[in-house]
Write a protein that binds this ligand. Structure first.
Ligand code: CA
Length: 192
């Protein structure tokens, strides 16, 4: 998307870096006197973006946080990126907000990915090995689906795609068995 402001009407929108994971979508509050060209799929115009002030929200640069009800929430695509500009996980797909229709994966538009509220602590309580299988036992949110993520090297990010999605029982206990038979693997259990 390219903006060409004219006259005294300025476009109010969100800037992002070239290659930003949510680049194929934009928000502009006021398009008066502005020409928008290029890829316009996913653009949202004429609505208040509901942004917080530019400030230190963590990470190397100041960012605008997305306020509750922002039309940018879950309307982008991460294109394989696993962090936002602050280095926090992306995407977080809020189950209560519909994603962008075309290729959306729950990523928020712009530099800032809203993170899930901390509602519960999820713990891996033990790991047991049986032959080439490893079973992860944990405690989290009762009756909820948890995600098990894994990496073979702590110097690289955990795979954004979970290797398992066990559902906890009524007491919050869950388990997942990894049958890949790798000689070394690190695990995380998360909710949601
Ligand atoms: Ca999101």
């Amino acid at each position: 998307m390219r903006l060409v402001p004219s006259g005294w009407h300025a476009a109010i929108g969100i800037a992002w870096r070239s290659g930003d994971p949510a680049f194929n979508a934009g928000r502009i509050e006021n398009t008066t006197g502005t020409t928008i060209s290029g890829t316009t799929t996913g653009n949202i115009t004429g609505v208040d973006p509901n942004l917080g002030p530019l400030k230190d929200n963590g990470g190397p640069t100041f960012t605008h946080a997305l306020v509750a009800g922002s039309p940018a929430l879950d309307k982008g695509a991460s294109f394989g990126a696993i962090t936002d500009q602050r280095g926090l996980p992306r995407p977080f797909d809020d189950p209560a907000i519909p994603n962008a229709a075309a290729g959306g994966d729950g990523a928020d538009i712009g530099a800032f990915e809203v993170q899930p509220a901390i509602t519960s602590v999820v713990r891996i309580t033990s790991i047991t090995k049986n032959g080439n299988s490893v079973t992860i036992h944990g405690v989290g949110v009762p009756s909820a689906v948890h995600k098990i993520r894994a990496t073979n090297d702590l110097l690289v990010p955990f795979n954004v795609n979970p290797i398992g999605t066990p559902t906890a029982d009524a007491n919050g206990n869950f388990q997942f068995t990894d049958n890949t038979g790798l000689t070394r693997r690190f695990y995380r259990a998360v909710y949601p």
